[in-house]
Ligand binder design. Sequence first.
Ligand code: PSU
Ligand code: MN
Length: 302
Amino acid sequence: MKLSYSAEVAEALKNGVPIVALESTIISHGFPYPKNVELAEEMETIIRENGAIPATIAIIRGKITVGLELEELLHLAKSGDVRKCSVRDLSMALVDGVTGATTVASTSFIAARAGIRVFATGGIGGVHKAEEGANGFDVSADLLELSRTGVAVVAAGAKSILDLPATLEVLESFSVPVIGYQTDTFPAFHCRSSGLKLPAWTDNIGKLADIVDTHLQLGSGSGMLICNPVPEAAAMTNDEVDELVMAAQREAVGKGIKGAALTPYILGALDRLSKGRTSEVNLALALNNGKVAAELASCLAR
Ligand code: PSU
Ligand code: MN
């Protein structure tokens, strides 16, 4: 697989400098312009401040790109018709020569092939609620990719639009370690906790790095999900979010939104219904994940 590296990332890879991979769907589909540029730049800054080099991954004009130059970031953030690309969409995007945003699944897939072991995002995709009035059967390829690609993904859990118990069950079936960092419960993205107990957790970044290193050395082939809850000061209450999510979900179901368009639609609806509050929370948790991922990458490089 041919990858184009930024000069900085190529240099860091050569010298064993810690690197944190970043996804691009959060830029193209997660936030409106120009908030998305702010997010991308603040994310890169916090990773540098914590001792690592950021490597944002995207398809830029038909090339798999690891580490974006400013012009490439602006193109991705402004273009408005960027394709959301999970792993199965990559070949089409490459052949068509388009610009595409990578999800958690495709970012992990590319990061692993670039030799990057740590990846920071906001939240992962998961199992959607399938009951009456919800979105119907929909399981994110993020879970499959976590099962077969050796990358540690730092995330604030998953949004409560998903069926969180089912998401944890699938991760268990797929042999993906799910480790809490400074929490023993599964975080629910905008909220610090879903109340669901995690199989393992630690307070100590050195121990976390040890677990990641040991897991990746073991060679089971799977990745890991590191759960880092949204900072206390930014968190919303579960009741607040439940109400917003139900309203957003009703809208999505009413409009017949399905498949890859669903998560971006719900994120946009939440932002609108909360008058921007959910995006503020999303920004705070993403930055916090960038910080922990950089600390983790630094420990791993020692
Ligand atoms: N969850 C969020 N924000 C996001 C996403 C998920 O809170 O931006 C994005 C990520 O890129 C994730 C993708 O990998 O949506 C999952 O999409 P799907 O459910 O279609 O697999
Ligand atoms: Mn889906």
